[in-house]
Design a protein around this ligand. Structure first.
Ligand SMILES: [Zn+2]
Length: 272
């Protein structure tokens, strides 16, 4: 199994001492216990994304310690003055295979964000976003759709409360972690059908909520998009509960879909 959404480092700074920094060794131990062969390490460098940090350099160092277990992505806050230059250094010199977790306090289609999407587009890289009240869009995700169109070779990976709330139609509750039946016309479903460069990871409370709030809808959603969905946890601290493990183990779908979600699609996207 591949965890497409994994964090180590000091992202839970405000939770100290109950949640001390999560070390790479603890993470590998956790992966061994849970049956995760490899994990995509997503650094997070935007100040609004949390009180703590997980730097790209730390992801690279962790990957170099356990090269068979980790794939390092890069994260650069898009307001940094030399984003493109740094992007190229992380890509060419350090072998970072994607971008994220992208969560600057900006509208999703802001010109500064597009600098990063353009670089991902140039190299055909995956870009993991956290659409929420920080990195923003509108009902129906028009800002995301504009970028899917403008950067067809950037492989956008959807994640976050606002992304997943839009699995339901524009007239439904799109704030936080809405529960209950999904109303038709959701943007996530439509955009995944129309744009081959949109993927999603199933990590965090938001992904879990989207997959469990309306089991009947989920069955159809998986049928339509099983080859574009990837298992993920969003682990941030030692012993963080991950309900996805039980949900996925008990998911009754064809073996082909399950394999794709567990690792097949991630391998394809990462060129493994
Ligand atoms: Zn995350």
């Amino acid at each position: 199994m591949i965890d497409f959404h994994c964090h180590i480092g000091n992202l839970q700074r405000e939770g100290y001492p109950e949640r001390p920094p999560f070390s790479v060794h603890q993470c590998v131990d956790w992966m061994n216990r849970e049956g995760i062969e490899r994990a995509v390490l997503l650094p997070l460098e935007s100040p609004e994304g949390g009180w703590g940090w997980f730097l790209t350099e730390e992801a690279i160092a962790a990957r170099d310690l356990y090269p068979d277990r980790f794939i390092a992505f890069m994260c650069i806050d898009v307001r940094y003055p030399a984003v493109e230059k740094l992007f190229d250094i992380f890509y060419h010199r350090y072998g970072c295979r994607g971008f994220g977790e992208h969560i600057p306090g900006l509208p999703f289609d802001h010109e500064l964000c597009k600098v990063v999407y353009r670089k991902c587009d140039e190299y055909g890289l995956p870009m993991v976003m956290d659409l929420c009240t920080i990195l923003t869009d509108e009902p129906g995700l028009p800002r995301l759709e504009a970028c899917l169109k403008e950067f067809p070779n950037c492989q956008f990976v959807g994640h976050g409360p606002y992304f997943w709330a839009n699995i339901s139609g524009p007239d439904s509750d799109l704030e936080g972690y809405p529960s209950g039946p999904v109303t038709p016309g959701g943007a996530v479903d439509r955009l995944m059908s129309e744009y081959p460069n949109l993927y999603a990871d199933l990590s965090a409370g938001s992904g879990y909520n989207a997959m469990t709030r309306d089991p009947e809808f989920t069955q159809g959603f998986l049928e339509r998009h099983w080859d574009r969905l990837m298992f993920g946890t969003d682990i941030c601290w030692h012993n963080m509960p991950i309900p996805q493990f039980d949900w996925f183990a008990n998911l009754e779908v064809p073996v082909e879909w399950k394999k794709a979600i567990a690792s097949g699609t991630a391998k394809k996207l990462l060129g493994l």
